[in-house]
Ligand binder design. Structure first.
Ligand code: ADP
Ligand code: MG
Length: 236
């Protein structure tokens, strides 16, 4: 589903040149949830934004269902983000003074779905993230954790095939975190979504089908995640 091959992304300024992603190759298939862990500044967010085609690779390729995202026009990239991707970003960026249900319905409204239908479908996702009693609250009337869950619902509305989640449980208590991770896992298993989950949460990592580690823009081998640590030790 998602395939990165030797991807490099640099941020350049007059004073420095940061290789935020430095030769990363990975695949995430439909039906699997892959976790991505790494220290702050290691390139996790950049990697997700590349997969969302919100950033373009400087070298290497990012492919979705075989299609090179680097070849998309800006309009095609916007279409890709709207139609295929559920991006749960690090910030919630909700629209101020707009009810939760309409915030959650953003993608549907942008896609031309009529307001009553968009509200109904967004309401179902708010229910799935435990916010059925808060649909008419505006962001100002919600807690940080509730706002985060509105943003999660907004990303998941429309059942995207590729779910990119950037520390989605950062603001949530452990009970809520587990529910959200269980929901993401269920979307992979039941709807065949490919889920790439950036997290520091040990329980979230444990729920993943595979675990990736990133440091200084490079993926590191996580032998335990491949289940061949013992094999490797034996061979040594
Ligand atoms: P993480 O999500 O793992 O904390 P990021 O992908 O946000 O890491 O950042 C990776 C590196 O790229 C860091 O060194 C960060 O300072 C740098 N970086 C991220 N975004 C920008 C940007 N827009 N301009 C310049 N440097 C950036
Ligand atoms: Mg980040």
């Amino acid at each position: 589903m998602l395939e990165l091959d030797e991807v490099v992304k640099r941020y350049s300024s007059a004073s420095e040149d940061v290789r935020a992603v430095d030769g990363v190759s990975l695949r995430v298939e439909g039906g699997e949830m892959v976790s991505l862990q790494g220290p702050s500044g290691s390139g996790k967010t950049t990697l997700l934004l590349l997969a969302a085609c919100a950033l373009r690779a400087d070298a290497g390729s990012v492919r979705y269902q075989g299609r090179d995202l680097g070849s998309l026009s800006e309009q095609q990239a916007a279409q890709y983000r709207l139609g295929e991707v559920g991006l749960i970003g690090q910030g919630t960026h909700l629209m101020a003074r707009v009810p939760a249900v309409e915030n959650a319905a953003t993608k549907l409204l942008l896609g031309g779905v009529a307001l009553p239908e968009a509200r109904r479908r967004a309401g179902e996702w708010l229910e799935r993230v435990g916010l059925s009693g808060r649909t008419l609250h505006t962001p100002e009337e919600l807690s940080g954790g509730e706002r985060q869950r509105v943003a999660i619902a907004r990303a998941l509305v429309g059942a995207p095939k590729l779910i990119l989640a950037d520390e989605p449980t950062g603001n949530l208590d452990s009970q809520r975190s587990q529910e959200i991770i269980a929901l993401l896992g269920a979307l992979a298993r039941e709807q065949g979504a490919a889920v790439l989950l950036v997290t520091h949460d040990g329980e979230a990592t444990a729920a993943a089908d595979r675990r990736l580690l990133i440091r200084d823009g490079r993926l590191e081998d996580d032998a335990s995640a491949r289940g061949d640590a013992v094999e490797g030790a034996r061979g040594a």
